[in-house]
Design a protein around this ligand. Structure first.
Ligand code: HEM
Length: 386
């Protein structure tokens, strides 16, 4: 994919795909323009988002990433009350403890799947504990997450070719997920609890509260965005080291480099490859005239590899500074979970380096059917203890 993106960037920063009518943005500065101008490039896809069949819950109502101001500002204020950077920082000791426990489970093995053993369960347990739902249900969340990813019904029509229809088993999983989350919301409405669901249910801005539908949508989004992306980020760190083994040796020797390493992994191998906008009015970008209601595909991966923005952009360089990658977005929709994803990834990398003197990756299995996802769903490691 990087080769194609590089070719596109070399010939044009913005391209209109005549077969779908969508506009694709590849250049860093043009991506920044789109992300910064939410009055022209909106996030509410309205009629363009195919609704799921009537008997399948719609998790897209009130999702922050698909909402425009002024509603977005209000929703974001409501959920940020429950999701502050301070509350994330307080999680650090618990994340360290969980990470140690997960690595302990495979302490006697010289070969294991990093995703199954550590990087899948960790973020999902953390998010489940934040929400106040039993983390022992994490197998269910994975099943539901994969069901959501597999059908793509929430993606704007025409932007992903051949988006599959919802199968009966996917529909059943989505109904189960909805019922599960509703049960927890009802419970918090009956008796308040100091967990994330409790705080979301109680949060208030200008006398407004979130409806059940909005809370369900947000919880669904958190369960998916809050764990899958972070799982991918941690696996991507190892995949970057496979390409640049000297970088791993350097971080091992100097742990002050961990922070910059994670930022460079975020730039070099972003877990989310692209995002969407829909033009609210006619505009022009990179010499391309764009009519209103045009889906715009923002190639974040491409922006992160734009040679006009990053020197030696195709080199994995843990000393890169500044590193203004676009992996968490930019502007009003900037990722709320960025501090959590960064924290978890740093803790896992430190623990891995503490435990093992040597780490080698086997053959990863990638998410081939989800074009927006960049990373491994399985990553076998061979390790030698320190
Ligand atoms: C928004 C990426 C982890 C919660 C976003 C956006 C991106 C992104 C690109 C902006 C979408 C847009 O502009 O349309 C990532 C990546 C992650 C990650 C790469 C991990 C490496 C998390 C985590 C959480 C989270 C751990 C929560 C637990 C959110 C929320 C938004 C968001 C709530 C919506 C913000 C808004 O629209 O105002 N994320 N994310 N993310 N992310 Fe993340």
């Amino acid at each position: 994919m990087l080769g194609w993106l590089s070719k596109m960037r070399a010939t044009r920063s913005v391209w209109r795909d005549e077969s779908t009518g969508s506009v694709h943005v590849f250049g860093y500065q043009d991506l920044l323009h789109v992300l910064s101008n939410h009055t022209i490039f909106g996030s509410d896809f309205g009629d363009l988002t195919p609704s799921p069949p009537p008997d399948v819950p719609n998790f897209m109502e009130g999702v922050l990433t698909m909402t425009d101001p002024p509603r977005h500002g209000k929703l974001r204020k409501l959920v940020s009350q429950a999701f502050t950077p301070r509350s994330v920082a307080q999680l650090e000791p618990r994340i360290r403890q969980l990470t140690k426990e997960l690595f302990d489970n495979v302490a006697d093995q010289s070969e294991f799947d990093l995703v199954t053993a550590v990087t899948y369960p960790l973020p999902v347990i953390v998010i489940a504990e934040m929400l106040g739902i039993p983390s022992s249900d994490h197998a269910l969340f994975r099943d539901w997450g994969e069901a959501l990813l597999s059908n793509n019904y929430e993606l704007p029509a025409g932007t992903v070719p051949d988006a599959p229809a919802i199968t009966d088993s996917t529909a059943e999983k989505l109904r189960q997920m909805h019922a599960y989350l509703m049960e927890h919301i009802r419970d918090r409405r009956l008796r308040h609890r100091e967990d994330l669901i409790g705080r979301l249910v109680a949060a208030e801005v200008d006398g407004d509260r979130l409806t059940d539908t909005e809370v369900v949508s947000f919880l669904n989004f958190l369960l998916l965005a809050g764990h899958l992306t972070t799982t991918l980020l941690m696996g991507n760190t190892l995949l970057c080291f496979e390409e640049a083994p000297e970088a791993m040796a350097e971080v091992r020797a100097d742990r002050t480099l961990v922070e910059g390493t994670i930022e460079e992994v975020l730039r070099y191998r972003p877990p989310v490859v692209f995002g969407y906008r829909l033009t609210k009015s006619a505009t022009s970008l990179g010499g391309v005239d764009i009519p209103p209601k045009t889906p715009v595909v923002m190639w974040l991966l491409s922006g992160n590899h734009d040679e006009r923005q990053f020197d030696h952009a195709d080199r994995f360089d843990i000393h890169r500074s500044p590193n203004p990658h676009l992996t968490f977005g930019h502007g009003i929709h900037f990722c709320l979970g960025a501090p959590l994803a960064r924290l978890e990834s740093r803790i896992v990398l430190n623990e891995l380096l503490d435990r093992y003197a040597e780490v080698a990756c086997g053959e990863p299995v990638f998410y081939e059917h989800s074009p927006e996802i960049y990373g491994a769903k399985s990553l076998p490691l061979t390790v030698r203890r320190a």
